[in-house]
Design a protein around this ligand. Structure first.
Ligand SMILES: [Fe+2]
Ligand SMILES: [Fe+2]
Length: 178
């Protein structure tokens, strides 16, 4: 075994944990900039909520010979994005923040856009663009959270992997429609 001492001695750990118990999960060892983390997570929340709305719109508006399978995919993605929004909101609360569900300014806080699209192909393309925006912004968040907030990082990593699956689904759908 390498001679790598455990970082903090048990007595100090125990003493520290007793201070500010009202802060719950946010301990003295939390080294991230909490305000910034909450702001970024609120942007991610807005992104997910806009994606729910866009996918729902596309689900209800999907028409044409290929509509059935595509609509089912839209609905599945809408449900996934709602799950992501819930995960992110819960994490914000754990960090003693407040999740921003205010419809006013939602699109400004969101990284992804809300584009309705006229045809099935337009809708899929717009969803794909939105996924690609989310993928890049989540990858940046993962890097920013790093080891300062591993829980937020792992949550966003998990969501990122699903957005990558979504993008892959959409590219396959586009291929099938050609
Ligand atoms: Fe999502
Ligand atoms: Fe997605």
């Amino acid at each position: 075994m390498a001679d790598k001492p455990f970082l903090t001695d048990i007595k100090t750990l125990r003493e520290r944990a007793r201070k500010h118990i009202e802060r719950g999960a946010v301990t003295e060892g939390y080294t991230a900039d909490r305000e910034t983390v909450i702001k970024l997570l609120n942007e991610a929340l807005a992104t997910e909520l806009v994606c729910v709305l866009r996918y729902k719109r596309h689900y209800f508006m999907a028409t044409g010979i290929n509509a059935e399978g595509v609509a089912a995919e839209f609905l599945e993605h809408a449900t996934d994005e709602q799950g992501h929004a819930d995960q992110i909101a819960a994490r914000i609360v754990q960090l003693a923040g407040a999740p921003n569900f205010n419809p006013e300014g939602l699109l400004t806080r969101s990284h992804a856009e809300y584009v309705e699209g006229d045809t099935l192909t337009d809708m899929i393309k717009e969803d794909l663009v939105a996924e690609r925006i989310a993928i890049d912004s989540y990858r940046e968040m993962v890097r920013y959270f790093g080891n300062d907030d591993p829980t937020s990082r792992r949550m966003i990593e998990g969501i990122l992997a699903v957005e990558e699956e979504h993008a892959d689904d959409l590219v396959n759908l586009l291929g099938e429609l050609k």
